[in-house]
Design a protein around this ligand. Structure first.
Ligand code: SAM
Ligand code: NAG
Length: 348
């Protein structure tokens, strides 16, 4: 009861346009909560949720200009619709009195300045471009494995988490991706699964696997102790590649062995867009938040983005919180599928 009183008092403190915006946002929020399938009416928001929500709505209205509908994209270079062209104007409101008890979201936390090249690279050119750019023009699978590495590898060593669930086949069948990006590949369980599905469906899909291939501190304790390391260099990327070779998927899968955010930013700069993006790198809120925000800019119109750990407690449900917040700010629906979440981009 007291929070609502505080809110009403705060509204009086806001000036003209901001006040109307606020009231509209509160109504929109209430309507949204009652009707949104992602938020059943029985769900109770935490204190922070309730306090932040109206301002998230305001911000969302300000940073998401109405999306223009365009015709179906041609497979070759074409300007893509811009998503976040209008800079947030929350500062105008911030200058005025803030309602007591509110914590405003600083715009830096919700604004990603990644500039994507508007002319998309032809999808069939992306793989060669990457081999030139990242591997001096020679496929990393050529003459693999080198002698000094071969003795540290197993013919095949795969381990994944929910990497073979039905969501992969369902989305590959639906989207029939020409280009897909995976954030977080580890030993390639999900990547090789998708590669095999593509082969089975007769799709010519390039799967670009973003992973720094370092795993996480201590991942080799326990049942992954057999993944070898030499001089601090863990054989994760090599074993991933060996698995890809073993499953004869070297034509479809390409590792992009860098951090997810810097790889996404580079793809954005180069204009490499994807039809299907899977998010499964770090599971804390902040990592998932930046992965999701930047990756969504790389989705072709009509593309689909999905990820793991929506229904698991990994890192205090950081992924779930990031997925839900991004959906609310961008007016997307979260479609759950087992432990996975799915967004469908709206402009077809
Ligand atoms: C859960 S595993 C991926 C599992 C894989 N998708 C599967 O189903 O088999 C997470 C992976 O993300 C990678 N990773 C985590 N944070 C990353 C980051 N910021 N940049 C690049 N890779 C990252 C780790 O190295 C690890 O291999
Ligand atoms: C491996 O895949 C390629 C196509 O990428 C195919 O031409 C070749 O026959 C396959 N080899 C085996 C042993 O299945």
């Amino acid at each position: 009861m007291t929070t609502w009183k505080a809110k009403l008092m705060g509204v009086r403190g806001l000036g003209g346009p901001c006040r109307s915006l606020f009231i509209v946002a509160v109504l929109a929020y209430l309507l949204g909560v009652l009707t949104s399938p992602a938020f059943p009416t029985t769900r109770r928001f935490s204190d922070t949720d309730v306090k932040l929500q109206p301002f998230q709505q305001i911000i969302s209205q300000q940073i998401s200009p109405p999306e223009t509908s365009q015709g179906a994209p041609a497979p070759t270079s074409q300007p893509l619709p811009q998503r976040t062209s209008t800079p947030p104007r929350i500062d105008d409101c911030r200058k005025q009195q803030q309602p007591p008890g509110y914590r405003m979201l600083p715009t830096d936390l919700i604004t990603f300045h990644t500039e994507c090249k508007k002319e998309a690279m032809a999808p069939e050119a992306a793989r060669k471009f990457l081999i030139d750019e990242l591997f001096d023009g020679v496929s990393p699978f050529e003459s693999f494995p080198p002698k000094e590495v071969a003795s540290l590898l197993q013919p095949e060593r795969i381990k994944g988490w929910g990497s073979e669930t039905t969501v992969f086949r369902r989305l590959m069948q639906e989207v029939r991706p020409r280009v897909m990006i995976e954030l977080g590949s580890f030993l390639g369980a999900s990547a090789t699964h998708m590669g095999s599905i593509a082969r089975e469906l007769g799709l010519q899909t390039d799967i670009f696997c973003f992973d720094d291939f370092r795993g996480w501190p201590g991942f080799r304790s326990g049942d992954l102790a057999d993944i070898k390391q030499r001089n601090g260099n863990v054989m994760l990327m090599n074993q991933f590649m060996q698995n890809v070779v073993h499953r004869n998927l070297t034509e479809r899968i390409l590792p992009v062995p860098f951090g997810t955010v810097s790889s996404l930013s580079s793809f954005c700069k180069w204009g490499i867009y994807a039809d299907l993006i899977e998010v499964d790198a770090s599971h804390d809120f902040h990592s998932a938040w930046s992965d999701i925000n930047i990756a969504f800019q790389l989705l072709r119109p009509g593309g689909v983005m999905f990820g793991h750990d929506y229904k698991t407690a990994a890192d205090k449900r950081g992924v779930r919180r990031a997925v839900d917040l991004f959906a609310r700010l961008n007016d997307l629906r979260v479609e759950p599928d087992g432990q996975h979440w799915i967004y469908r981009s709206k402009n077809k």
